[in-house]
Design a binder for this molecule. Structure first.
Ligand code: ATP
Length: 497
């Protein structure tokens, strides 16, 4: 597991964050943990004041993906943050995050090393975990670096702490001061002063309202999670477990494929692509997949053949993509869109511009060249929810729409607009399956793979645009009846009914 740990200029939670990472590095994790540290300019100064900077190599030893990057050595374009676009990290942890950093992230500013890391990580759908210093209303304890108590200091002519400070950070008379930009927090001065005049300490502070509001804004941003500092270790350990589970499901597990799909969906949610409600929709699909035996039925193969013919004969085919499809079958949907020269259009029920953007970027990362859906400049008549919003040049003017995992009412509305709708839905009873022109009763990934093969075979055999007539007698309702019959026959064969 690879984590980017970002440190900004706060003393609060700094030692705690360091201790968490140090402890985790020495603990036995399920996977190897690599931590790259990204330090803001202010973070560097504070790390030195607290004497932590020199200890960071216990966490990041300088090897590849275990380096320590300091803002002032990173120019203005922060080239190392390119690693986030390349998805080299599994997670970003910003701990501690000052109110300044929180405010910048909340308003989309990315002009420093850490805010740039967060921005690029979010764009690459890498989950970001933030431990804000000022997220709680009321008074909290905050730790401050070493200072000299002017009431206790006797202004000795011969000040041992001053004489023996290797960094010459203590200066001035009669009462000296500490230059915190020189101090490395070693604590020697505190030990040497016979009058206990030098100490670091805890002060009580109160978060500003604006800071609390900004933390709330972050909470609402997809891809960002706010973590209480005392939960940081637990969170990182759970990330490791999660990360590990991606690789630990044994391929011999009888339901391996199905479990991996769940992992992909959870990953989709973490990345802000899939909505939580998508899990419920998937659960309904899984139940039907169980009934059909997690394989492709003959009736689905027939429907796939017709769908391929229809797509190749279409004047203006468009493929509609929602959060589940993007998480489960991005590679396949992009390949199909290239094969039939149809744009993809993001269309989601729980719509936010942020999620549309994330899905679009996710598809583009898989090689998609044309992804529509962000204009949403036309409305599908007869639908009141967000899926009504479509692009005029896309679904609105398409003659054939492939809409896997569709809503029944939108499917009906698209058909009412005179379009031919191909759907992929494991549930042969759904309103979608019943309203579509062609319903492929199969899992989306299996169905898309079969559809790709069918399109390729047809293209090779017949060339483009000739096949639809051969299928004019296709009867969708009849084929759905066949699907249900196949399910019943299978259950009978197994002696279950
Ligand atoms: P209806 O079509 O009856 O209006 P709905 O729109 O309420 O149903 P959702 O709750 O949005 O349906 O669920 C989406 C549909 O997608 C379900 O019918 C489910 O069977 C199907 N589905 C879920 N996951 C998959 C999958 N991996 N592959 C194929 N179909 C799936």
């Amino acid at each position: 597991m690879k984590i980017a740990w970002c440190i900004t200029g706060a003393g609060q939670f700094l030692k705690e964050s360091f201790e968490v990472f140090k402890a985790i590095k020495t603990e036995k994790l399920e996977t190897e943990l690599k931590v790259t540290i990204f330090i803001s300019n202010a973070g560097l100064e504070v790390l030195r004041m607290y004497g932590i900077f020199d200890k960071l190599n216990a966490i990041s030893n300088g090897d590849y993906m275990e380096e320590i990057f300091i803002e002032k050595e990173q120019g203005s374009s922060f080239p190392k943050t390119g690693r986030f676009s390349l998805k080299k990290y599994d997670a970003v942890v910003v701990s501690p995050a000052t109110s300044n950093t929180v405010a910048k992230i909340a308003y989309g500013i990315a002009d420093s090393l850490v805010t740039n890391v967060v921005s690029l990580a979010m764009k690459a759908c890498i989950p970001v975990y933030i431990v804000p210093t000022d997220g709680t209303a009321g008074k909290v304890d905050s730790e401050i670096p070493y200072s000299i108590d002017r009431d206790k200091c006797r202004g000795c002519d011969d000040c041992e702490p001053e004489d023996r400070c290797e960094r010459e950070a203590i200066y001035g008379s009669p009462i000296p001061q500490i230059d915190l930009l020189r101090c490395d927090g070693c604590g020697l001065c505190s030990e040497l002063c016979p009058y206990d005049a030098i100490s670091g300490g805890v002060v009580e502070i109160k978060a500003r309202e604006i800071d609390i509001r900004n933390v709330e804004l972050l909470r609402e941003m997809e891809g960002i999670s706010i973590i209480e500092h005392q939960n940081l270790k637990e969170k990182i350990l759970s990330l490791d477990l999660y990360h590990n589970s991606m690789y630990k499901i044994p391929e011999t597990h009888p339901r391996y494929e199905s479990l991996m799909k769940r992992e992909k969906l959870v990953e989709g949610i973490e990345a802000g692509i899939t909505s939580k409600h998508g899990l419920i929709a998937h659960g309904r699909g899984e139940a039907f997949d169980y009934l059909i035996g997690e394989r492709t039925l003959d009736s689905a193969r027939r429907a796939t053949e017709f769908a391929a013919a229809l797509l190749l004969a279409a004047k203006k085919p468009v493929i509609s993509v929602n959060g589940n499809v993007a998480a489960l079958a991005a590679k396949e949907i992009v390949e199909l869109s290239e094969l039939i020269n149809a744009p993809l259009e993001v269309n989601i029920f729980y719509r936010s511009e942020e999620r549309v953007r994330k899905i679009k970027e996710h598809l583009e990362k898989q090689g998609a060249r044309k992804v529509l859906g962000d204009k949403a400049d036309a409305k599908t008549p007869g639908i009141e929810h967000a899926r009504a919003m479509v692009d005029r040049e896309g679904i609105y003017s398409a003659d054939v729409v492939l809409a896997p995992l569709e809503d029944g009412d939108r499917c009906e509305a698209l058909v009412d607009m005179g379009k031919k709708v191909i759907t992929i839905d494991l549930n042969p009873l759904s309103r979608t399956s019943r309203h579509a022109t062609v319903s492929i009763v199969d899992d989306v990934e299996r169905a898309l793979k079969n559809l790709i093969s069918a399109v390729k075979a047809k293209k090779q055999k017949e060339g483009e645009g000739k096949s639809v007539s051969a299928w004019e007698g296709y009867n969708n309702k009849g084929n759905l009846r066949e699907a249900i019959k196949e399910i019943i026959d299978r259950l009978k064969e197994k002696g279950l009914i």
